[in-house]
Design a binder for this molecule. Structure first.
Ligand code: ATP
Length: 269
């Protein structure tokens, strides 16, 4: 039986337009992932080898997973995802087979994307006495990355908050060789994230997304969403029949909420 029977092949439903801001980043990624698929003949003609995978790195809650899903949705690719630590917990004793099965499945349903979240958990220096299994899983993964035939129909995406903990072997040419930073949202991006979110809520017309964006420097996208939820809860707490979330509820939420990305994490990027 397959060790990966729990593995789901998804057809995600995240569009580029669901992701606020980050216009340059979206363009760069489309070139990196969509072009080699769409123009594979041209690449071959010019003798350009099929590109390796893309590593997205940056603070938590800043849309790395959404981006991976949007790349799959917008190119019509099947999406397989796995979190690094799951390889060691869910498939104990069978982690190498899990890696093999994952790639086999991805080839079966190609064109497809494999998304490795928390990829830093694979390989690297380990202090937990589990060096044996980590080394074997890393070796299996490297074999698959080097050998996937043909690589241009299985796109490899990976994400990490801790690029400093990545095993260097994963970053060599042909493997995860395109490395893209997904930062905390800047003012413009925060404004767009909030606008998208507020559009799905019932909010007073006095609530101003630009003002909120100005006052949320350092917040991740996920934290901006959390502020909006907090404001909505406050409105309901005051009156369960509330019909809209008001400025005062956002004021309350902003007071409750401070951004949590550790400063020393930002320093390593
Ligand atoms: P982690 O490192 O914790 O896995 P991540 O970078 O993969 O985080 P996502 O899971 O993609 O982040 O984003 C978390 C949530 O934050 C999303 O589901 C979405 O609700 C919101 N979000 C973050 N960034 C954006 C954005 N640019 N536009 C719209 N929503 C966003």
């Amino acid at each position: 039986p397959s060790a990966m029977r729990e593995l789901l092949v998804e057809i995600p439903n995240v569009r580029w337009s669901d992701i606020g801001g980050l216009d340059n980043l979206k363009l760069k990624l489309r070139q990196a992932v969509e072009w080699p698929l769409k123009y594979s003949d041209s690449f071959r003609r010019l003798g350009v080898p099929p590109p390796g995978g893309v590593l997205l790195y940056g603070p938590p809650g800043c849309s790395k997973t959404m981006i991976a899903k949007a790349l799959a949705t917008e190119s019509g690719l099947n999406f397989l995802s796995i979190k690094g630590p799951e390889l060691f917990s869910k498939w104990v004793g069978d982690s190498e087979k899990a890696v093999r099965d994952l790639f086999r499945k991805a080839r079966q349903v190609a064109p497809s994307v494999i998304f490795f979240d928390e990829v830093d958990a694979i390989g690297g220096e380990r202090g937990d006495g589990e060096a044996g299994v980590h080394e074997r899983v890393l070796a299996q993964l490297l074999t698959e990355l080097d050998g996937v035939v043909p690589l241009n129909s299985v796109t490899i995406l990976a994400a990490t908050n801790r690029p400093d903990r990545m095993d260097r072997a994963l970053l060599r040419p042909g493997r995860l060789d395109r490395i893209i930073y997904v930062p905390l949202p800047d003012l413009e991006t925060r404004s767009q994230i909030l606008e998208l979110k507020l559009a799905t809520m019932s909010v007073s017309s006095a609530v101003d997304s630009h003002d909120l964006a100005n006052r949320t420097e350092g917040f991740s996208g996920a934290e901006l969403h959390a502020v909006c939820h907090e404001a909505a809860l406050k409105a309901l707490e005051e009156n369960i029949d509330s019909v809209e979330v008001k400025v005062e509820h956002f004021e309350h939420a902003l007071k409750e909420f401070t951004p949590r990305t550790p400063h020393n994490l930002l320093k390593i990027y």
